[in-house]
Design a binder for this molecule. Structure first.
Ligand SMILES: [Zn+2]
Length: 261
């Protein structure tokens, strides 16, 4: 009888041990199951953070639907005064307005830059806005963008062709030497890569100190004339989606070269 009791106690002890071991395994599994998603969430958060940390680029689609003929200070010294903004030129072949075209390219450029890990600030996302050139520059300053590109189309006769850049050089008294140096490098990078991607004629850099949007900018800024809208052949080429892809790639490559990415 005693032996029988001892055997029952031993059996009970063995069953208890097995249950406890299983529970421990289960607990381990639960705790593993709990830690796994946390770890993957941390990885996800990190990758999102890395993407968000890319340099902030301001993209200013030149002009707007509503011409604003009022005057504004063209520079911080209050010397010059210029019209707040215009609707720009229009294509010689189709009549495409410059303001519509620059926004179209700006939106495509935003997508491409974001794909490459940059953050993008657009001064406008609609055509029917009323932002003067000075106001656009002040907005960009406030955002503390790492660089800014202003998108425009050229207009001068039906045979002129190619791309050029207008920028503020060190001869501009409104900007620091440090920013002037960055402007020059940014402009060179953008134009070189743009012409390489589009095979457009490189018309070079033009230093200008009378551009309101550039005079008020405190961040490295460049203004690209993407091609001649006054040239019907060039305008037709610029309206093709396949060509626009090259234009956008060229500008994005220029930023990659400038930021050494
Ligand atoms: Zn323009």
């Amino acid at each position: 009888m005693r032996q029988h009791l001892l055997l029952r106690c031993l059996t009970a002890f063995l069953i208890l041990s097995v249950v406890m071991t299983s529970s421990a395994c289960l607990m381990t599994q639960i705790s593993t199951a709990q830690t796994t998603p946390t770890a993957s969430a941390a990885v996800k958060t990190d990758s999102v953070k890395t993407e968000k940390k890319g340099p902030l680029i301001a993209v200013d689609a030149g002009h707007q639907k509503y011409e604003d003929g009022r005057m504004e200070k063209a520079d911080p010294d209050k010397n010059g005064r210029k019209i707040r903004n215009t609707s720009g030129c229009s294509g010689a072949s189709t009549g495409m307005p410059e303001y519509k075209y620059t926004l179209k390219i700006a939106k495509k450029l935003k997508k491409e830059l974001e794909k490459r890990g940059y953050r993008v600030y657009m001064t406008r996302t609609k055509n029917a806005v009323k932002f003067s050139n000075r106001e656009r520059a002040l907005k960009i300053n406030k955002k503390k963008a790492a660089a800014c590109i202003r998108l425009h189309c050229d207009s001068f006769g039906s045979s002129a062709s190619g791309a050029s850049i207008q920028y503020r050089s060190k001869t501009n008294s409104y900007i620091s030497k440090k920013v002037a140096k960055k402007n020059t490098r940014l402009s060179r990078c953008i134009l070189k890569k743009y012409c390489k991607a589009t095979k457009m004629k490189n018309r070079g850099l033009v230093s200008r100190n009378d551009l309101t949007g550039c005079n008020w900018a405190k961040v490295p800024t460049t203004l690209i004339e993407m091609g001649f809208f006054s040239n019907p052949r060039e305008e037709r080429k610029m309206l093709k989606a396949s060509f626009q892809k090259k234009m956008v790639k060229g500008i994005a490559d220029g930023f990659d070269a400038y930021f050494k990415r």
